[in-house]
Design a protein. Structure first.
Length: 400
């Protein structure tokens, strides 16, 4: 199988050819937009994080590049006669930051045993714990066969270039089935999503909650805005560079305290505003004539994806209002089916979000490490399932 510096295509199973390229920019926009889920044009469940714009923005802004430990190692799938059939966004990683599916323990154990865990291959959207397609195929192609070819190619690349492992994170369930059949190990985790059951308005949603929970949320929303705080929801051309200046200040202040070094830079947000403004919902809180907090969301064809939040003033419940309640309001108004509010956070359960299982797949090259991780993942999957059942039973919703 080829490396990132090898422009020649290599044979893959089923007569396919696979090439590894170092930048999403080496695909044409038209090629990428033909992939299911990667563009609104195809009408097949648009996910903004696998769009040409988002993936080129994280590269062009300098956020996901070799210098930051994200070296492009993207797979390009073609037919034997050179027709473009699919792609897999992938990076050679020198660390495990910005992934949200944690394998630090695996790395530590392997290196204590004398192995070398890094570099590894990471098939994911950088800094984005949102489920979406990873084995991307051209609409109208034999999708299952092409996805299987991409899965096989990723395994072959991992074995051929001398990395410890290949990881496909926040993948869709059918893709994990394909990857598992190719020798990858299945891993599960949990997030909390709001499910829009066709609500006509926020009150319809509240009616599904137990009376005590309903009263608590109403009180929480009132208190979040008690100190003359107002909320603005901005999208499209209403978002200006001045808004991005304020939001970036929030992001850096909160991200710096939470993570030490935020992953995204100011250029990233300018490029998002320039190329993806219609896919963005910016929720901003204002008090005393200035913005004091904000959250950025991305808009898919049926899902609102909550991403980053920040503030420069602390107010009770403001985080919940800006990040979770406003997202529900917007999703109901836009008739979106789901709000994905990011990684972790059982506090979301009390705000009407439900436990949802997320999935990833991992190919471990070393047989001994693979056996140890397989045993661990079997126990972890059972634990995730048990916790999910418990949380679902003890959620805020009315019974019967």
């Amino acid at each position: 199988m080829s490396t990132a510096n090898d422009a020649g295509a290599k044979k893959a199973d089923g007569g396919y050819a696979v090439r590894v390229v170092s930048s999403i920019g080496e695909f044409s926009r038209d090629e990428w937009n033909s992939l299911a889920g990667a563009s609104r044009v195809t009408g097949l469940g648009y996910n903004p994080f696998v769009s040409y714009d988002f993936l080129t923005i994280v590269e062009e802004s300098g956020c996901a590049v070799t210098r930051t430990g994200w070296q492009g190692h993207h797979l390009r799938l073609e037919s034997a006669d050179g027709k473009f059939l699919g792609a897999l966004p992938c990076y050679a990683k020198s660390h495990s930051q910005g992934e949200y599916v944690f394998d630090h323990g695996w790395a530590d154990a392997f290196e204590r045993a004398g192995g070398r865990y890094y570099p590894k291959l990471q098939a994911s959207v950088p800094f984005t714990p949102a489920t979406g397609p990873r084995l991307l195929t051209v609409g109208g192609a034999d999708a299952a066969q092409a996805k299987s070819a991409l899965a096989t190619a990723l395994r072959s690349v991992a074995e051929g270039v001398g990395v410890s492992s290949a990881h496909v994170t926040f993948a869709e369930a059918d893709e994990v089935d394909i990857l598992e059949a190719t020798g990858f190990l299945r891993r599960t985790d949990q997030q909390f999503h709001f499910i829009n059951e066709g609500f006509a308005g926020y009150d319809d949603f509240l009616a599904t909650l137990a009376s005590r929970k309903r009263k608590a949320l109403k009180k929480e929303r009132r208190e979040a805005l008690a100190e003359d705080i107002t909320i603005e929801r901005l999208t499209g051309r209403d978002i200006t560079e001045a808004h991005w200046d304020d939001f970036f200040a929030f992001y850096m202040d909160t991200g710096g305290r939470k993570w030490g070094r935020p992953y995204l830079n100011r250029k990233f947000f300018s490029l998002v505003g320039e190329r993806m403004a219609d896919d963005v919902l910016l929720v901003m809180a204002r008090r005393g004539g200035r913005y004091i907090a904000g959250a950025i969301n991305f808009i898919g064809s049926d899902t609102l994806y909550g991403r980053n939040w920040g503030c420069i003033e602390d107010h009770p419940f403001l985080h919940f209002e800006v990040c979770y309640h406003q997202a529900i309001d917007f999703a109901i108004e836009r008739k979106l089916t789901v709000v994905e509010a990011g990684a972790q956070g059982e506090h979301k359960l009390a705000r009407g979000y439900r436990p949802v299982t997320t999935q990833s797949a991992h190919y471990i090259v070393h047989p001994g490490l693979r056996r140890a991780i397989a045993d661990y993942l079997g126990r972890e999957r059972r634990e995730v399932a048990e916790i999910g059942e418990y949380l679902d039973e003890h959620g805020p919703f009315r019974r019967g």
